[in-house]
Design a protein around this ligand. Structure first.
Ligand SMILES: [Cu+2]
Length: 345
């Protein structure tokens, strides 16, 4: 399992804004969101405190005691009632107005954006750039994060879809959040204002390893972005390197432990599997070889491994994976023939 917990300080520390508990803003939405959030927070405080003080005072002043008789009927005070109707109404209208303006700004996608395709699946984010290249990964601590590279001072449009269940795309530093839905595209946009590395979270509970469905967004200069795009195009020639990359890029690592990385479940570890005999739900056994791996990738329910089969969350990769990519993954699994199972778990 990824040890996200040990990397938590990295995620939470750094850049905490003076108020609003958001990280320091890095998109053009940030000032507006922070302004409204802080405004509403202060309105709440300015109402809450006097109301509670008055409440406690009235409890004491009008308590029942010998010789005290309260008013037999509710009293009426027109100026007071007008005041406490008009002021809150004005405040609510202001909140609505600010909220609506901000919402429209986020909903209206400008022309001339840098477009990135975002795909969510259990439990990995993947990013495809305009030139067809896909994202790389960045190791921080013990965790390999998918990394989305974006140019600074640009309007960015994300075209988002999910391959399985509902996910939600959230970059706190950009104050940008949107659901990612299977069976349709969802769009969002933002304008990057600052270079740096930012957190990206899935904020829709999407199954066992939801809490590991994180990524990093790196905002870089225009030149660095061009370089990153060139690098993003190719998959490595070397089949083993290619297999290692695909293992992460295709999300296998979110369910299968391999080498010394990846999640410890719900899928079996590849370590030491190659060439062994695999017991199936059906009672038969099959050798862990090329054909078994291929079938497991293209049609996972065909041969269910004993003890894993009942509620297997593995989706078929048919139509999403090329034969050479399967070959590369096989090379990767072969290289783990003598790898040790994960210890200490
Ligand atoms: Cu998710």
């Amino acid at each position: 399992m990824y040890s996200i917990a040990s990397d938590m300080p990295f995620i939470l520390a750094d850049k905490v804004a003076p108020y609003a508990w958001f990280p320091e803003g890095a998109s053009s939405f940030a000032p507006q969101v922070d302004y409204l959030f802080t405004g509403i927070l202060w309105i709440c405080i300015l109402f809450f405190v006097p109301i509670v003080i008055a409440m406690v005072y009235f409890m004491w002043a009008f308590r029942e005691r010998p010789g005290y008789r309260g008013s037999p009927e509710a009293l009426h005070n027109t100026p007071l009632e007008i005041t406490w109707t008009v002021i809150p109404t004005a405040i609510v209208v202001w909140i609505f107005w600010e909220g609506a303006v901000g919402y429209l700004d986020m909903a209206r996608i400008p022309k001339g954006t840098v477009d990135v395709n975002v795909t969510a699946k259990k439990w990995v984010w993947s990013f495809k750039y305009e030139n067809g290249g896909e994202n790389s990964f960045e190791k921080i601590g013990s965790v390999d994060y998918p990394k989305l590279v974006l140019p600074v001072d640009q309007d960015i449009k994300l075209i988002m879809r999910s391959e399985d269940v509902l996910h939600s795309f959230y970059i706190p530093a950009f104050r940008a959040k949107r659901d990612v839905v299977p069976g349709r595209y969802n769009y969002m946009w933002f304008h990057t204002t600052k270079t740096g590395i930012y957190d990206l979270f899935c904020t829709e509970y999407c199954g066992d390893n939801h809490s590991n469905m994180n990524a990093k967004v790196e905002v870089v200069s225009e030149e660095e972005y061009k370089k990153a795009l060139e690098k993003a195009v190719q998959e490595p020639e070397d089949p083993l390197e290619r297999g290692k990359l695909l293992y992460k890029r295709l999300g296998c690592s979110t369910c299968h432990y391999a080498g010394d990385e990846g999640a410890n479940g719900p899928g079996p570890s590849y370590n030491g599997s190659w060439g062994k005999s695999v017991p199936l739900e059906s009672g038969e056994s099959v050798p862990f070889d090329e054909n078994y791996v291929r079938e497991s990738i293209l049609n996972p329910p065909a041969k269910k491994r004993k003890g894993y089969g009942a509620a297997s969350p593995m989706n078929s990769y048919a139509g999403r994976i090329k034969d050479e990519q399967i070959d590369a993954l096989i090379t990767f699994m072969k290289s783990l023939e003598n790898a040790q199972p994960k210890t200490g778990k």
